[in-house]
Design a protein around this ligand. Sequence first.
Ligand code: ATP
Ligand code: MG
Length: 404
Amino acid sequence: MNNIKMFLVRYAEIGTKGKNRYVFEDILCKRIRNRLEALGEFKVWRDFGRIYIEAISDYDYDEAINRLTKIFGIVGLCPVTVAEEFTYDGIKKAALEHFEETFGNAADNKFNGYNFSFKVHSRRVNKDFPMNSMEIDMEIGHDLLEAYESEGLHVDVHKPDVMVEVELRGEKAFVYSRIIPGPGGLPVGTNGKAMSLLSGGIDSPVATYMIAKRGVEMEAVYFNSPPYTSQRALEKVEKLGQIVAQYSGPIKFYNVNFTDIQLCIYDNCPHDQLTIIMKRIMFQIAERLAAKDECQAIVTGESIGQVSSQTMQSLGVIDAAVECPVYRPVIGMDKQEIVEYSQRIGTFETSIEPYEDCCTIFVDKHPVTKPKMFAIEKSEKKLVGKIEELIDKAVETAEEKWLK
Ligand code: ATP
Ligand code: MG
């Protein structure tokens, strides 16, 4: 492939009625433009509930598909052949070309050559055309059969394998037949901003993806404990952020030096409570960075019962450390389900690279699983007078960069 110069974008319209619909569509157009910018010159516009993408210059088709199928808000993508002439012969030529392009290439064809059933469905937005929809259906169907019947092509008007769409708009005729699925969701930028606690594990990249999928712009924070954790561990987290950014758009990323805080907790608090207290402070720092950047929530990859700090009691105590909402989109998912999700979005292979996390280095052999708020608060009193300054410093010295 490919001579395809145009795509029709299908998107979900739920929740986008009335005035908001245009906001949604404009943001989706902007996302599409941003993602295609590096590949060539494209025109992206909306027209009566549809979005069209037209390539003005040469471009890499496969890379364009790769990028477009990662844009939230896109439900399906139809490669379109545009008729050179707005006449019946023009449409016929486009339909034959489209077939050749779409089904002639064995590697890109889920059917065996042209051995499948089809139906033509045409729509005239421009009623000036001298034939009506039914006539176009019949004639194009006939022409396609004539060309490919000997290779197995046949008509099925009830349950066709392939629906060949012919669309007449303005002075243009479009032919398309394939829908390449997109990720669905809502375009990023339609639903505020959130700060994700991004570690190098399997769960938090999935959680970040899931919230971004609902249209939320993402930032991320990573707590790093050099020299107990390595540069490689940081690079791994950045790589995960970059994979998620292919979907969510650029992610503002904070690398927080957490070493002194961890040592302070280690020196002053009971060791079976380390993880809980550490998480509470992570949340507080995340909340500060979130407030600075006007993020409305923090996001984590926690799932009920997965580890001691994710029991119902632990989650409750950790939650109480902050005032802002905490979203945990994988909360009810089994580990295996999260693994499958991460494989699907492409973060899994990076997540399982074996670099240490700051949480695992300072963990106790027998951490509390049912922490009590009063006990944790009592332990945290021992940090008073020391920890505030360390937290301020961690926030102030956080290194900032964009992952894309
Ligand atoms: P993940 O697979 O996302 O690393 P996990 O199963 O290892 O999660 P924990 O280590 O208990 O679980 O962490 C729970 C959540 O806390 C993570 O999903 C992440 O959102 C956050 N978190 C943990 N460690 C860090 C860190 N070093 N930096 C930023 N966030 C962290
Ligand atoms: Mg982890």
